[in-house]
Write a protein that binds this ligand. Structure first.
Ligand code: ZN
Length: 341
């Protein structure tokens, strides 16, 4: 079990005594957060990207300032930049997710990119997570509802795990499966609160991001340490649905809201598993998730290319999902496009 130190008391309350810190952020949300800090940061870095070269430069900046704390304010990119810097410079790390869009603030891994290929570098958990409801609510609602993507993905992760158990002999743990199912059920039970981005909805996402990360922890540890694992996926949270996201970013060279594209991937993987896509689409709509290609400006040809390349992209990342080990036909992609239109 991993436990996090999470405060729901906001930025001002939590930063009364913190003075020697650097902030990694983006704009928005920095403009609306700056006034909430009782003491100004030593430096504010607007994060450009998570390319390995950029991050190296950020580590130098933080080390030269001799700060004792690195604060990430924003979504996944800002948080991951701060996480990486804190890890490399050996400093305290405070995560202030201004949207609960991705689980970056609870995971110990930073998604570093080298020429577009994502590599997860770890291991650094936040020493403190600060939730400021007023800030989270100022973000567009869809960026918060996107937070369901990395929890609901467990539904597919469990299917992929079962198949990897049958095909590759991946060790399967019944208690973890049960816990994963319970987490998905709790998520579904709070769909209305999540959709309306209420305090309860935000807190539900934050708590479930922690629970699912804790559950996934034993399966990521080996991979982080050695780059290899006896497991073929990141059970139980990540399955083949995530590969659509990685593949789409690679094919298009654009960045997307993680949870929304993972949502699209959830429907694609459900289809490839020959399960009921209708119930998945209904669930995602209940959360208010914007997962259809037209919501995310993905064209039909980009959609198809991303799907055809899923297997290649997964293998390049050291992930091997048996469900992707099939010839995907034009007819199937056309079917999926129709389902998602
Ligand atoms: Zn994810």
């Amino acid at each position: 079990m991993v436990t996090w130190n999470v405060s729901y008391q906001g930025i001002t309350r939590n930063f009364q005594d913190t003075r020697n810190f650097i902030v990694f952020t983006m704009n928005p949300p920095w403009e609306s957060c700056a006034r909430l800090f009782p003491h100004p940061p030593k430096q504010v870095v607007q994060v450009r990207d998570l390319e390995a070269e950029t991050l190296k430069e950020y580590v130098k900046t933080a080390s030269a300032l001799k700060v004792d704390c690195v604060v990430g304010v924003g979504g996944g990119t800002a948080i991951d930049a701060a996480k990486f810097v804190a890890l490399k410079a050996g400093l305290k790390f405070i995560a202030i997710p201004t949207i609960v869009s991705v689980n970056a603030y609870v995971t110990p891994r930073a998604a570093v990119r080298t020429e577009g290929i994502v590599n997860y570098i770890g291991d650094k958990f936040a020493d403190l997570i600060v939730i400021d409801y007023s800030i989270v609510k100022t973000a567009p609602a869809r960026l918060n509802t996107a937070g369901v993507g990395d929890i609901y993905s467990t539904r597919i992760g469990l299917l992929d795990w079962k198949l990897a158990n049958e095909k590759y002999g991946d060790q399967y743990d019944a208690d973890t499966v049960k816990e994963g199912e319970r987490i998905v059920a709790r998520l579904l039970s709070q769909a209305q609160e999540i959709r309306s981005v209420s305090d309860i909805g935000i807190r539900t996402l934050v708590e479930l991001h922690q629970e699912i990360t804790s559950l996934q922890r034993p399966y990521t540890v080996q991979r982080v340490k050695s780059g290899k694992s006896q497991f073929h996926g990141l059970w139980p949270e990540e399955g083949s649905e995530h590969v659509y996201f990685y593949s789409l970013e690679k094919q298009t060279g654009r960045t997307f809201t993680h949870g929304e594209i993972v949502g699209t991937g959830t429907v694609i993987s459900t289809y490839l598993h020959k399960r009921d896509t209708g119930s998945v689409i209904r669930d995602l709509d209940a959360f208010g998730l914007m997962f259809r290609p037209r919501d995310t400006n993905v064209s039909q040809s980009e959609f198809g290319k991303a799907i055809y390349n899923m297997q290649k992209v997964a293998l390049a990342m050291g992930l091997d999902y048996p469900v992707l080990n099939q010839q995907i036909e034009k007819r199937q992609v056309a079917d999926l496009w129709r389902l998602l239109s």
